[in-house]
Design a protein around this ligand. Structure first.
Ligand SMILES: [Zn+2]
Length: 588
């Protein structure tokens, strides 16, 4: 065997250097690809949170108008924005603050039409402070025009985390959506990221590449054709939740009809679908019209009767974007005979958009009511089996780890994180609390309470109500009034304690003793229906205890035969613990 010749050794040394350089370059390229794909630096702490207390400056103004222009550039995954914000000053200010993701740098700000020097504003971790050219007094008006742009934060698994979704249709066309409930409006426009702030009028101008459509919130003002072939979609919405402002872009087609309401008005119903899915879209449109009719008869007038009912097919599961609900359930056939996702998001037009939580601590007012409407719809569509089956499914995932309502200020994140708050219980336990309340106080008192909570009055008609903020304590007071009894004990145990009340049953001979066990021994005079040999009776349980007698010690009996009462159940607990690894299926 020949030894290795010197020349070959030299070649190999050079090869080695070449490979080393190529290796380093490849690693660098991989790192770039990884960063580009992962895309996201962690959000600035303030930007990541929603529902932080308003700053003093934010409390000193009334946020009246937002005129938002978004140039959407799908191929660059970038937006250019210009936001003209209109305020009425309520208390003297020398500067104003708003929230905006620092990853969308501001290039210019004008105050009342006058360009500000670059030194007049700064974005400190998502809180932009603008020093005004001159102080403003109560009663003054202020207009801020903010020009900004960049690559907005991308959601990894919308709608459970917020941001832009840059997707593609089957034909390879851009399919873009936003969902920012968790992180808030400041992910793509300058706003006050707090659910208590609803801008009076929000106008959107969404500029998209030729061949794409951009449905949005509220009424369509018109579509402009730009000289470069792109189109600008102009929309206007009244009092939207700020997290409900959404951008949706795709080669959408529209299925539409007119809804004739029992309240006398006529309104467009629009479903924006992707090409090739017309048949499914028409079927969903029919279901949408049927659903508005049912909700109006059950809860009250559709809150946005003067705008539209709008739903848009999105690449993510769903979100309650006011008058342009996100729908991403792929028209899945369901044995229940309805599309639960469309129904759930639509319910938020009442519970979320018309009635908005006063604090994220009251979020069950959105999700508990929103989740109860699916069983209620099923009872109407299919009779009792649909209702009971849906309730039983919800019952299996109640976690009881944290109270639904803590009684203190909470951010969206604290409520939704199952490590710090009730998480999925605001949906499923909230729904069961309503089911139990309805069983306790009856349909009349229950639905009147719901109506008063949603509209602030028992007799809502188009034109006699405005969007409003509500709280748990308010609903407790309304339900107590309508039921003609103090229901504090009911709400204290079900909403303000983590654990469920437990019914202890002991039988001695023909006597059955019932006793409620509650966290911290709280009073719980929940009456219980009992069937004994086919005969129904009610055990009042006034002091949390009660007794009934059987015809003989061997008689069969059933406690709570109609399953009206939410209470601790060993079998469900064991099953739930087994399933605990699987996340409950909740949406927007
Ligand atoms: Zn929801």
């Amino acid at each position: 065997m020949n030894s290795v010749e010197p020349e070959t050794v030299e070649h190999r040394a050079r090869d080695w250097q070449l490979w080393a350089i190529l290796g380093v370059l490849a690693l660098a390229l991989l790192a770039i690809i990884w960063f580009a794909h992962r895309g996201e630096r962690p959000l600035a702490p303030r930007t990541a949170k929603t529902g932080l207390p308003l700053t003093r400056e934010q409390q000193s103004v009334d946020f009246q108008t937002a005129d938002l222009t978004f140039e959407v550039l799908p191929t660059k995954q970038r937006i250019n924005g210009r936001a003209v914000l209109g305020f009425l000053v309520k208390a003297p200010i020398t500067r104003l603050q708003f929230d905006l993701d620092p990853e969308l740098p501001i290039s210019a700000i004008e105050a009342d039409g006058r360009a500000l020097d670059r030194s007049a504003w700064s974005n400190n971790g998502g809180l932009v402070t603008v020093t005004l050219p001159q102080p403003k007094n109560a009663g003054d008006r202020l207009s801020l025009a903010v020009t900004y742009g960049g690559r907005p934060h991308v959601a990894k698994r919308a709608p459970w985390d917020g941001g832009f979704v840059w997707s593609h249709t089957k034909q390879g066309k851009p399919w873009v959506a936003t969902a920012v409930e968790g992180e808030g409006c400041d992910l793509f426009w300058p706003c006050f990221d707090n659910s208590m702030v609803e801008v009076g009028t929000v106008t959107q101008h969404v500029i998209v590449p030729a061949g794409l459509a951009a449905p949005a919130n509220g009424r369509l003002l018109g579509v402009d054709k730009l000289s470069d072939g792109r189109t600008r979609w102009n929309w206007q919405a009244r009092r939207p939740n700020n997290y409900a402002i959404a951008i949706d872009v795709a080669p959408y087609k529209i299925a539409k009809t007119t809804y004739q309401s029992r309240f006398g008005y006529r309104m467009p119903v629009d479903f924006w679908y992707l090409p090739g899915e017309e048949k499914q879209a028409q079927a969903l449109l029919t279901e949408m019209v049927q659903t508005i009719g049912f909700f109006e008869a059950t809860v009250g007038p559709y809150p946005w009767w003067d705008e539209k009912m709008g739903v848009v097919d999105t690449p993510h599961l769903g979100m309650e974007h006011q008058t342009i609900n996100a729908y991403g359930n792929n028209y899945k056939p369901a044995p229940e005979g309805f599309d639960w996702l469309m129904n759930h998001e639509f319910s938020h037009e009442w519970f979320g958009n018309q009635l908005t939580n006063a604090d994220w601590d009251d979020m069950w007012l959105h999700e508990g009511f929103g989740s109860y409407m699916q069983p209620v719809t099923l009872a109407w569509l299919n009779g009792r089996m649909g209702y009971d089956a849906a309730m039983f499914k919800q019952r299996q995932t109640i976690a009881n780890k944290f109270p639904i309502v803590s009684g203190r200020h909470q951010t969206e994140e604290e409520v939704y994180d199952p490590k710090t708050g009730p998480g999925g219980d605001i949906y499923v336990k909230g729904s069961w609390v309503l089911h139990t309340l309805r069983g306790l106080i009856g349909d009349q008192a229950f639905w009147t309470s719901v109506r008063r909570e949603v509209y602030g009055r028992p007799d809502p008609k188009p034109g006699n109500f405005q969007p409003r903020f509500g709280s748990t304590t308010e609903f407790e007071a309304i339900a107590s009034q309508e039921a003609h009894r103090n229901l504090k004990w009911f709400f204290d145990v079900y909403l303000r304690q983590a654990h469920l009340p437990r019914l202890v049953t002991t039988q001695q001979g023909a006597t059955v003793d019932l006793q409620w066990k509650t966290p911290r021994g709280l009073p719980f005079p929940m009456p219980i229906e009992v069937d004994v040999d086919g005969q129904r009776q009610v055990v009042p349980m006034t002091s949390g205890r009660g007794t009934f007698t059987l015809p003989s010690p061997n008689s069969l009996f059933t406690i709570d035969p109609e399953s009206k009462i939410l209470r601790q159940n060993d079998a469900v607990d064991r099953y739930r613990d087994e399933q605990a690894k699987n996340r409950p299926k909740t949406a927007g």
